[in-house]
Design a protein around this ligand. Structure first.
Ligand SMILES: Nc1ncnc2c1ncn2[C@@H]1O[C@H](COP(=O)(O)OP(=O)(O)OP(=O)(O)O)[C@@H](O)[C@H]1O
Ligand SMILES: [Mg+2]
Ligand SMILES: [Zn+2]
Length: 324
């Protein structure tokens, strides 16, 4: 996943903080242990001295260093054994006197064996998600705030919007609760103000809480970024890649963007890639499938209608109802 330098630097800074606090924690443990078990201080300083001794031997008497070092090694082993038994005596874990790093693989340096560690990569991914999702009002649009009383009991064609929307809410809740990388994709269809964005955000929030990488945004905003990056106006990030790679992509308000050959081809690319790699996507739109076909072509729409769960929204504009 491509990320900007800003995310890289900020992830490195976080990792440096982790290292610092692991080492500070170790210092506290050493002091506390030294107080309850004074023998620890003796063993500890003998171990330190033997390290210094080894250096001195190599520098001052290189001719018989080998034998001397062997001797030191034996002494050191004995000290280590004693230290282990001191820890055991106080029922402390064996690794009590090693820094409690968040990532033991790289000792919180971000690199292991010359390669970028998974912990650094994952932090950078998280930074990229946070940046893309910044400004999204997740708090105001939870499942708790979603009321079915806004939808009328009686509707056209014998369908009760309230009953239908109660079912939609229930499905969205269970989708969020049971979310996994093999969850299906969904498309939310319905007129303006029926709660499509609200429920998308509620799902986003719940899935983020399960620690998945969720990217939410309007198609318009994404296209603006993708275009800016492609034509060199925005540098250092790769939105297309992020949209392809994230665990759950929520494309809000398809159809509200300015449609060009370029945006259509980017959408194709993202939707196809995610279908092929079986990554869940949620699209919401107030276009009908026919209108979508006219705008984006038959190919993309048949892909969506063949592979996405279609979720229809009913009722009348809740923005208007709430103003009354
Ligand atoms: N069932 C609901 N309970 C409480 N608030 C709701 C409900 N449905 C929608 N709202 C609120 O009404 C406003 C409009 O809803 P929302 O933005 O989700 O509609 P939409 O279907 O996405 O519309 P558009 O197609 O115009 O994007 C939002 O402030 C949303 O929080
Ligand atoms: Mg919306
Ligand atoms: Zn690591």
């Amino acid at each position: 996943m491509a990320v900007s330098k800003e995310h890289y630097n900020s992830a490195l800074a976080d990792i440096a903080k982790r290292k610092q606090s692991a080492e500070a924690e170790l210092e506290l443990r050493r002091q506390a242990f030294g107080q309850t078990e004074p023998r620890f201080n003796v063993v500890d300083s003998l171990m330190r001295e033997s390290g210094w001794e080894a250096v001195r031997i190599i520098i001052e008497k290189p001719e018989d260093a080998k034998a001397q070092i062997e001797l030191l090694k034996t002494r050191n082993l004995a000290l280590q054994t004693e230290l282990a038994s001191l820890l055991a005596k106080h029922r402390l874990p064996e690794d009590y006197l090693t820094p409690p790093y968040t990532c033991p693989a790289c000792s919180d340096t971000g690199f292991s064996e010359g390669f970028m560690c998974e912990c650094l990569k994952s932090l950078m991914r998280q930074k990229a998600f946070e940046a893309l999702n910044a400004g999204t009002p997740l708090e105001l649009s939870g499942f708790e705030q979603f009321k079915t009383s806004y939808y009328p009991e009686e509707g056209d064609f014998g369908i009760s919007p309230r009953t239908a929307m109660a079912q939609v809410l229930k499905n969205c809740k269970s989708y969020a609760k049971g979310f996994s990388l093999s969850s299906p994709s969904m498309i939310f269809l319905g007129e303006t103000g029926l709660g499509k964005t609200h429920l998308s955000l509620a799902i986003a929030k719940a899935v983020i809480e399960k620690s998945y990488g969720v990217v939410y945004g309007s198609v318009q905003d994404f296209m603006y970024r993708v275009e800016g990056e492609r034509f060199g106006k925005i540098i250092g990030s790769d939105t297309t890649k992020l949209l392809m790679d994230c665990d759950l992509l929520i494309l809000d308000d398809l159809g509200a963007e300015f449609v060009t050959q370029f945006t259509v081809s980017v959408l194709h690319q993202i939707i196809n890639f995610r279908l092929l790699s079986r990554k869940p996507t949620i699209i919401s739109t107030n276009l009908s499938l026919d209108e979508m076909e006219a705008k984006y072509g038959e190919r993309i729409v048949s892909r969506i209608s063949g592979n996405y769960k279609v979720v229809k929204f009913f009722g009348s504009d809740i923005r208007v109802i709430r103003r009354k």
